[in-house]
Write a protein that binds this ligand. Structure first.
Ligand code: FMN
Length: 175
């Protein structure tokens, strides 16, 4: 279903170093489209203006206890527009299904979001991440503890699709 009203297009903006968050952003965008929303999917770095959007989904992984630097930059750069738009946020992080790790990762994301108290996302979600020691870049590939960790991918595509679908009604256009 194509929406004709200007200003209600949803932007799914993502940051991704190794590509796993990009794939999750693609799945979130597909779920929103399935639910009838018009969606643009773009890397945060390439977004210059939010003028044509009626809602924004921000997705980025956590690295060393911080949200990806592109996400931090995006939130600062687009503060004025984001304050007026409905938003949703997701982060990728945990490598395994231990409840303690998920709690820690949620804390990490919450403390990152607390740095921008003016941003009031209507939904915040953490998804499991993907890790491949063979693809580590510098400086991380010099860290033995990281190199010795097993490869894993605990992205839950069903949960990702369901969350993306739920955003279709949560991110209602303002006005
Ligand atoms: C060097 C390194 C540091 C990481 N640090 C964290 C972290 O502090 N917290 C966390 O939850 N996940 C952390 N992760 C996991 C990533 O968020 C996860 O692998 C994610 O899927 C990567 O997304 P990308 O493929 O889009 O770059 C780290 C991963 C790497 C390789």
């Amino acid at each position: 279903m194509e929406e004709k009203v200007p200003g209600i297009k949803v932007l799914v903006a993502y940051a991704s170093t190794y590509g796993s968050t990009q794939e999750v952003a693609e799945a979130v965008a597909a779920a929103l489209r399935d639910a009838g929303r018009t969606v643009d999917l773009r890397p945060m770095r390439e977004v210059k203006s939010l003028a044509e959007y009626g809602a924004v989904v921000l997705g980025a992984p956590l690295y060393m206890f911080h949200w990806h630097k592109d996400a931090r930059h995006f939130v600062t750069q687009h503060r004025e527009a984001l304050q007026k738009l409905p938003t949703a946020v997701f982060a990728l992080g945990p490598f395994n299904d231990k409840p303690d790790e998920w709690q820690e990762v949620r804390k990490e994301l919450n403390s990152e979001l607390a740095k921008s108290p003016w941003l009031a996302p209507a939904a915040v979600e953490v998804f499991g991440g993907k890790f491949d020691p063979d693809r580590l870049r510098l400086p991380w590939k010099l860290v033995p503890a990281l190199r010795q960790m097993p490869a894993s991918d605990i992205r839950d595509w069903k949960a990702i699709g369901a969350w993306g679908n739920s955003l279709a009604s949560i991110l209602s256009p303002i006005g």
